[in-house]
Write a protein that binds this ligand. Sequence first.
Ligand code: MGD
Ligand code: MGD
Ligand code: SF4
Ligand code: MO
Length: 748
Amino acid sequence: MAQGPDTLKVNERFGPHRGYASGTRLASNIEPDRVVNTHCCFCGQQCGIQLKVKDNEVVGFEPWYEFPFNRGMLCPKGVKRYLQGSHPDRLLHALQRDPAAPGGFRATEYDAAVRVAADAIARIQTEHGNDAFAVLTGASLTTEKAYLMGKFARVCLRTANIDYNGRLCMVSAAAGNKLAFGIDRAANPWSDILKAEVIWISGANVAECAPITTEYVWQARDNGARIIVVDPRITPMARTCDLFLPVKPGRDVALFNGILQLMIEHDWLDHDFIEKHTAGFEKLAEHVSTWTPARTSRISGVPEKSIRQAAEWWGQAKTSFLMHARGIEHHSHGVQNVLGAINIVLASGRIGRENCGYATITGQGNGQGGREHGQKCDQLPGARDIANPEHRAHIAQVWGVEPDDLPGRGVDAYEIIRKIDRGEIRGLLSICFNPIVSLPDNNFVRRALEKLDFFVSIDFFLNETARHADIVLPGSLHEEDEGTVTQTEGRVIKINKAIDCPGEARQDWRIIQDIAAALGRPHGLAFSSPREIFDELRVASRGGVADYSGITYEKIEKQYGVFWPCPSDDHPGTPRLFEPGAWNPIATGAGPFYFPDGRARFNVAEYTPPTEDVDQEYPVILTTGRVVSQFLSGTQTRRIGPLVDQYPEPRIEMHPQLAESLGVQDGDWVTAESRRGDCTLRAMVVTTIRPDTVFIPYHWPGRKSANQLTISAQDPISKIPEYKVCAVRLRKAEHAPEYAEQLEPQQG
Ligand SMILES: Nc1nc2c(c(=O)[nH]1)N[C@H]1C(S)=C(S)[C@@H](COP(=O)(O)OP(=O)(O)OC[C@H]3O[C@@H](n4cnc5c(=O)[nH]c(N)nc54)[C@H](O)[C@@H]3O)O[C@H]1N2
Ligand SMILES: Nc1nc2c(c(=O)[nH]1)N[C@H]1C(S)=C(S)[C@@H](COP(=O)(O)OP(=O)(O)OC[C@H]3O[C@@H](n4cnc5c(=O)[nH]c(N)nc54)[C@H](O)[C@@H]3O)O[C@H]1N2
Ligand code: SF4
Ligand SMILES: [Mo]
């Protein structure tokens, strides 16, 4: 595979806004032909929105007040999302690599491109075996597409190696929830936040990353709730909270163990619940006995007084809601952090009841549904285990193949990259994933991808990774297809099609099926609509933990979404898990949790320091994450002018004390260097971050990318990368970087 240029200067061709979709062409007062009820294409909140359509173009939006989750509210990304479809970079043709062509690609006929892809797949698999061709997918895809990708990999390609970008996102939460509850879904609908007495938020920048959830927390506060926030930064939500615990990155499990120790010491426990509905408490109690407030404070960096206050409020509350996000999950011990959080919930007995809840806040639009139906390397539809003979037999029967023909477990997304580097994987199909920007230690990722014999990417923009592809197939935008996604509460909702794909672009599921047909292996991949795929998914999921069999498109429309599990046509769905009497195929009446004895599990949550701790050479902790106006690798939001204006360039957030020690002032250029790479960005000097920690948002590519610095250490159970801690050293840069021009605010 040839090497592609990193920053293709496509934008420069397009007038005063340098190619950003700016809204100048689209007046929001245009009278639409139609208005389509659907959902935002970005985060896991999945706000309801109405798209205004004129002449097969989305020209604006209106609030959709009836949709109960967000009741018309949207964040800045939701407000501007309609602009992306009109962007001049939208892929309208298939592309074939051609070093002689401007930008390294030439447009090619769609069918010919599919043929090239199919021939390359067949050649690689014949020469090197089926597993030598890998598939990377994404949780921004609808559940129908996620299901189809799992089936395509196992039935058509017969490769074990399929994994998805939720590996970078939801897998620590998923693994922790499965270990403790036997099921992986938010335990409660968000309405249970409203009347909780205490709300505990760990490692979630709620106001910027789950903006609608802010409204729920504030309503709870209006009802008298106390808000506890645990974060190395005083996030916008932390600014209005009642108790802020400034945890040192990578130490949350210590904090949770310390809280539990105080709960035990003061007998702030629900003994009845622990006895009737859980297992493993004694072993855990013994483990946390060493987590005295003094030790907890020393390790976690949180003052002892605050730890005691948090334990008292949490311990004595009658109702509560605990939520966390990637701040505690993006660690080489992310699963242990999650288990620590769940332990203090179970010890309080406040779960499975009204106003008593627990949830991880999902990330991507389909962060929930995308992790249930078989695009993970170890999973089959219905949240089934690919290594379980009964699960394999059920799915094989639905798919009309022999169980022995289904491949076994494949490797995780990062290991796919390592296998590419080692020459064990020779070909790759990537859809809805931009690993060169979003994987840690991305200089290694780029070098590995350059070794591929063949790489095909399916996207609607030429993202930074697709620039290294041999063939790029033009896929569909959210508004160009229908299907379902499952939002953060576990509510299955319906994405409705607003417009047709432009030019030669195709709906993603059609492209996958075209490749299967060109390979001469169309078995089971001849669906004529997303509805048909969903109907098969319902059957495939029946009897699994993630049972969608009673959900229909009609039921979703009628009820404004259906919470899974929903095991039959007359079942309304399950907004709150773990209520007495709720449907549960595993415990069958023994108790509310998803184990044969119906009991939740306490798990000993071990503290270990981050894989790369600070030392004299690299004395500062780097943590990474997001800003409100940008989304993930930025492929979409870096093309929307008003969002770019809001936060045009990545900056290194640092405390004034640290800035002073470096001789740096706000706006100065600073070089951050880790053992893997370096990056020169402007300093943003703020009092809202721990003095021992710096923060860089990761939404930018190339020399602006935070992932040049991050470490590819992974959690041993979930395989999530440790994005939230590595060691760096900093110095004031002598001059602006060569790429400074690209970092300047864009002029309108
Ligand atoms: N605007 C915007 N919204 C988004 C996204 C986006 O890209 N942009 N992406 C979506 C996706 S896919 C995801 S996964 C979610 C992510 O949502 P969040 O997890 O809320 O966002 P992050 O910025 O990754 O990290 C959250 C917080 O963790 C803190 N943190 C860092 N290290 C630690 C630690 O060791 N312990 C604790 N307790 N906190 C720590 C950071 O300071 C940060 O405030 O957002 C979703 N929503
Ligand atoms: N340093 C650091 N790195 C991180 C994180 C962090 O906190 N810090 N967070 C991690 C997390 S939580 C996540 S979720 C990942 C995300 O990482 P990625 O998944 O790589 O990020 P995306 O920007 O979503 O890239 C997806 C690509 O899919 C395309 N796309 C979107 N929807 C569709 C669709 O419906 N069809 C098709 N065909 N294409 C589509 C977009 O155009 C984009 O090019 O990043 C991870 N990387
Ligand atoms: S990005 Fe998330 S919070 Fe913002 S409008 Fe879209 S779904 Fe809602
Ligand atoms: Mo994510």
